[in-house]
Design a protein around this ligand. Structure first.
Ligand SMILES: Nc1ncnc2c1ncn2[C@@H]1O[C@H](COP(=O)(O)OP(=O)(O)OP(=O)(O)O)[C@@H](O)[C@H]1O
Ligand SMILES: [Mg+2]
Length: 253
């Protein structure tokens, strides 16, 4: 399988903290990869380095066969690599469709006419197609504020898909959700990856869900890759067992 994303010796220090410390990683096209690890392991910093939000002290980032190290974030998005942030939000008073229309119109360099009609407009069809990809087309006309938290998270994912990424990085897409809702959000993402066209790397703390739904798991610990493999390989990995206490990371409930 092709490596869509590849990092080589990626490093980032904050003062004396080695947040990301020599990370070599390959993300294969068409997979759902989960990045796990205790608080402060360097997961979010790794995403920042890959998406150009911060520059690495050392190391390279290759995406879709190109060396994108040091590229501005907007150029990286245009190359097909999108992300969502640990904390994001939708406009609660706008419908799911209107929320997704905003980035679709921005992508088409058109100004939003929020009170206008988009009947028959290609942007409307594009937005509906994105909602369909996350399984939300039936909720398209409901105000986002009335949707469940899980559905609001999926609207955010649909918004991130507006740039037509080949790779989507999601930082804790299920943060703050009840366990059943987390399962639904990650399940929808897994279905979306299985349907083709986008590869997903997500940061997630719920181990049961990660182990049941990810194709591949990367364990970060103190800025380094502790283990990298299929869920069964990670479960059997002695180094991971040492960091985990009774199936959960130390410090995690
Ligand atoms: N801008 C910054 N300035 C200084 N230190 C930082 C900065 N960003 C991150 N760090 C430190 O780098 C380390 C890695 O942080 P990071 O946010 O990448 O961890 P994480 O794995 O995403 O944690 P969490 O699970 O809590 O989100 C931590 O020790 C953190 O305090
Ligand atoms: Mg984080």
């Amino acid at each position: 399988m092709t490596a869509l994303l590849k990092t080589e010796g990626l490093c980032k220090r904050f003062g004396s903290v080695r947040a990301v410390d020599g990370v070599d990683l390959e993300v294969r096209e068409g997979q759902l990869t989960a990045v796990i690890g205790p608080n402060g392991a360097g997961k979010t910093t790794l995403f920042h380095l890959v998406t150009g939000a911060i520059a690495p002290d050392a190391g390279r980032v290759h995406f879709a066969g190109r060396d994108i190290t040091g590229w501005p974030p907007a150029a990286i998005v245009r190359a097909g690599l999108a992300r969502t942030f640990q904390i994001t939000s939708v406009f609660p008073e706008l419908s799911a469709l209107e929320n997704v229309l905003l980035p679709v119109l921005a992508q088409r360099r058109e100004t939003a006419r929020l009170w206008g009609s988009y009947a028959g407009h290609p942007a409307r069809d594009a937005a509906l197609e994105l909602l369909d990809r996350v399984g939300l087309v039936a909720q398209a006309h409901r105000p986002c504020g009335q949707l469940s938290h899980a559905d609001q998270k999926l609207v955010e994912v649909a918004m991130a898909l507006a740039t037509r990424p080949r790779l989507l990085l999601l930082d804790e897409p299920a943060a703050g959700l009840a366990p059943g809702e987390t399962e639904r959000v990650i399940g929808s993402l897994r279905d979306m990856v299985a349907a083709g066209g986008v590869t997903v790397v997500l940061i997630e703390h719920d181990m049961d869900i990660v182990f049941s739904m990810a194709d591949r798991i990367v364990v970060l610990h103190q800025g380094r890759v502790l283990a990298d493999g299929t869920p069964s390989e990670i479960r059997a990995n002695p180094a991971v067992k040492e960091v985990y206490l009774g199936g959960t990371f130390a410090g995690r409930p």
